[in-house]
Design a protein around this ligand. Structure first.
Ligand SMILES: [Zn+2]
Ligand SMILES: [Zn+2]
Length: 468
């Protein structure tokens, strides 16, 4: 058992210490957006013994003794129940009128009009983005709780990630907290961020760069629908790169020796990456598409291009993979005599999500009252693979991004999930999860000791130099 000084939050800190010890080198702002990466060191080891999560959790809950305020719960729940029908209409509207990232004009107008009618102070086109917004309500002095809504869809799939449900979960959570503030049961502020282009991993990165979260909220919470319930869903870091090879065109049959084949460079690159995979960590990911493979079979291609995503469990490791990729690019160019250029995403790396353990425990406690079963944390870790720009939010304020099940077996980003995202059952599931995330946010306003524990967990898991 940990000593009194270790409990409760350093216990959580230990959960993450392996990552910190194995840290390669931080990706600086400059590295995030440029083509060079510094040399890597040894690969991370997975041998460290971590304390049992449940042990940590029970210590924390004993220390915190978080009591549910039933009166507050009733206020939040009934405020959300009251708007459930309106939220259903908004959800179906967003499902029928899917818009892709940075083009969510209809969603922006629909949601901001609704929030204004509900008495929030709304800022449209916030932070220089046409389809971003904020809606806030405050009463008296107190903590400031943020929630996020997303509303963009996927080309060809519609709402294949269920962002119509995320949109209304943000509305519900914010309305729940507003009711609590109006009722005089709490003081402080609630802010809903309307965050565009999650599928392009843009909106929240811009918001972080403009210090939207850092300056306006103490914590930030959001939900995401899935096929399962996960309070600490693993969401990993991602960067992307555009690669271009330049060769020399020539008649492919009459004078191939006159040409420099940019498609050969691309094939070579593909092979380099395929071979590199064997030496990657099992949790690393590299995947991509050829965007331009040449124009005609009888012309030696003088130009080819590809687009890759690379992912690691923690963003601090992404530089290791960037360096390996760059070696593959250069090797392919050298072998074929082509020139090569590449561009890492200018906006920077999408970070992994730092799920706040204190928030997670509280959210689980609320969800269990509705009979919800969660995946084990080992299963949650195994299910990791997706990424979200909310990761960047989680490095600047204490955050949580649980996945909640909507009674489907379908994976996100499938046509089956698109269908699941508009069922009455998915709506009911969203209402329940929204009540729970709203109450977890409410706890910050109701109980300073809870907030202090949330903050302490975050400070232990995100070192000061990484809070950007
Ligand atoms: Zn998605
Ligand atoms: Zn999504």
């Amino acid at each position: 058992m940990a000593g009194p000084e270790d409990a409760p939050t350093s216990c959580f800190g230990n959960l993450f210490s392996a990552f910190r010890k194995n840290k390669q080198r931080p990706v600086t702002r400059a590295q995030q957006s440029t083509t060079r990466a510094a040399p890597s060191t040894a690969a991370p080891a997975y041998s460290e013994k971590l304390p049992a999560y449940e042990e940590c959790m029970s210590q924390a809950m004993e220390q915190l003794d978080v009591k549910t305020d039933t009166e507050a719960e009733n206020i939040v729940h009934s405020a959300i129940d009251k708007i459930s029908t309106e939220l259903r209409e908004i959800s179906l509207d967003l499902h029928s009128h899917m818009e892709t990232g940075m083009e969510e004009y209809h969603a922006h107008d629909l949601m901001t009009d609704y929030l204004e009618k509900k008495g929030f102070t709304v800022t449209r086109h916030a932070y220089g983005m046409e389809t971003a917004f904020t809606a806030e309500y405050s009463r008296g002095e107190g903590k400031r709780v943020g929630f996020c809504s997303e509303y963009d869809g996927l080309p060809g799939l519609g709402q294949g990630c269920g962002h119509n449900l995320i949109a209304i979960s943000g509305l519900a959570a914010a309305v729940g907290l507003k009711a609590l503030l109006e009722n005089g049961r709490a003081s402080g502020k609630v802010i809903l961020f309307g965050t565009p282009a999650e599928e392009l991993s843009i909106g929240k990165i811009i918001l972080v760069q403009k210090e939207a979260f850092q300056k306006t909220v103490d914590v930030c919470l959001m939900l995401h629908p899935a096929a399962y319930h996960a309070d600490k869903a693993g969401m990993i870091a991602v960067n992307d790169v555009h690669v271009r090879f330049y060769g020399k065109a020539s008649h492919a049959s009459a004078a191939p020796w006159e040409g420099v084949n940019a498609l050969d460079a691309m094939v070579q690159l593909w092979n380099n990456i395929s071979m590199m995979r064997q030496q990657l960590m099992p949790t690393d990911r590299v995947h991509g598409v050829v965007e331009d493979g040449g124009k005609a079979p009888n012309v030696i291609p003088d130009y080819t291009s590809a687009f890759f995503f690379i992912r690691t469990t923690k963003y601090q490791q992404i530089g290791r993979l960037m360096e390996k990729m760059e070696a593959c690019f250069n090797a392919a160019a050298l072998a074929t005599g082509c020139k090569v250029e590449w561009t890492w995403r200018p906006i920077g790396v999408t970070k992994d999500v730092v799920q706040n353990s204190v928030f997670a425990a509280n959210y689980v406690k609320h969800m269990k009252k509705f009979g919800v079963e969660f995946l084990s944390h080992a299963e949650q870790e195994k299910a990791a693979g997706g990424s979200t720009d909310f990761g960047n939010t989680s490095y600047v304020v204490p955050s949580i991004h649980p996945m909640y099940g909507i009674h489907t077996d379908a994976a996100n980003h499938t046509i089956e999930f698109t269908a699941a995202a508009r069922t009455p059952q998915a709506h009911e599931d969203t209402i329940i999860a929204s009540k729970c995330i709203s109450m977890t946010g409410a706890q910050v306003l109701l109980d300073d000791a809870f907030y202090q524990a949330v903050k302490a967990d975050w400070e232990k898991t995100v070192p000061p130099e990484e809070r950007h």
